[in-house]
Design a protein around this ligand. Structure first.
Ligand code: ADP
Ligand code: ADP
Length: 228
């Protein structure tokens, strides 16, 4: 199993303000799959993603990625883990406004054998004709494609997507999901996405429903992406 999480707990706040956001999350994800964690706002989805991405520390539980334990990793190793293994995209595209599409992507390119050719990824995401434009001249979908290209160019094993289509209309969301599928096929990237949008969930291989601080239901999607 590529990603395995057991009894993940997370609390926020102190004393009487202490809240339990994750009360024992268990999940496992196969390499090269596209999985969606679905749940309402405030259900702890971003918290799970941030813990997997090494941005937040869990209070309990084990997290294994590729057989490697990341839940009690030292800060110095976490930095390397994030750089080598993880790509992140968010609802807001977080592009640098005074750099072009290509320059935004180049910023995250790694030198070395694992690096992906930058023009290849620009082409894959349909950005060739936009590569010399500044982000403000792009539509939302084009900006998100740039953010995906930037996350992918360092060839991460795991792409974490926090409400990636949250600011996009339905058709553009579908196109974005289709491109994530293209990325998965080409590079074998495992993709974990969180959303409150049920329609987006149906475009994944598997839906994990989060409720009450745990994964309440697991649904295997038949014919993902054929849904409209
Ligand atoms: P979701 O992504 O499902 O909207 P989050 O993981 O962002 O949910 O948040 C889950 C709960 O944890 C919410 O009640 C939120 O207010 C709370 N929370 C998230 N981050 C923090 C934080 N850094 N400090 C205190 N509470 C937080
Ligand atoms: P959408 O309808 O998908 O939101 P837009 O109408 O924002 O898309 O943009 C459509 C196309 O026009 C895009 O390819 C974008 O790059 C281009 N574009 C938008 N605004 C400008 C602009 N001010 N200057 C040059 N090109 C632009």
């Amino acid at each position: 199993m590529f990603l395995e999480i057991k009894d993940l707990k997370k609390f926020y706040g102190e004393k009487e303000n202490r809240i339990c956001v994750l009360k024992g999350v268990n999940l496992s994800i196969e390499e090269g799959s596209i999985v969606v964690i679905l749940g309402p706002s405030g259900s702890g989805k971003s918290t799970i993603l941030n813990i997997i991405g090494g941005l937040e520390v869990p209070d309990n539980g084990t997290i294994l990625i590729n057989g490697k334990k990341i839940d009690n990793m030292k800060a110095s190793n976490l930095g390397k883990y994030r750089r080598d293994m993880i790509g992140f995209i968010f609802q807001s595209y977080n592009l640098i406004p005074n750099l072009t599409v290509k320059e935004n992507i180049e910023l995250c390119q790694k030198l070395g054998d694992k690096a992906i050719d930058i023009d290849e990824v620009i082409d894959l995401l349909g950005l060739t004709e936009h590569k010399n434009k500044f982000p403000r001249y792009l539509s939302g979908g084009q900006q998100q494609r740039t953010a995906i290209a930037r996350a992918i160019v360092k060839n991460p094993k795991l792409l974490l997507c926090d409400e990636p289509t949250g600011a996009l209309d339905y058709e553009t969301s579908k196109e974005t999901l289709r491109l994530l599928e293209v990325v998965r096929k080409k590079y074998g990237t495992t993709i974990l996405m969180v959303t409150h949008n049920e329609a987006i969930g149906k475009m994944a291989d598997k839906i994990l429903k989060i409720s009450g601080g745990e994964i309440a239901k697991e649904i295997v999607v038949e014919n993902p992406l054929s849904v409209d």
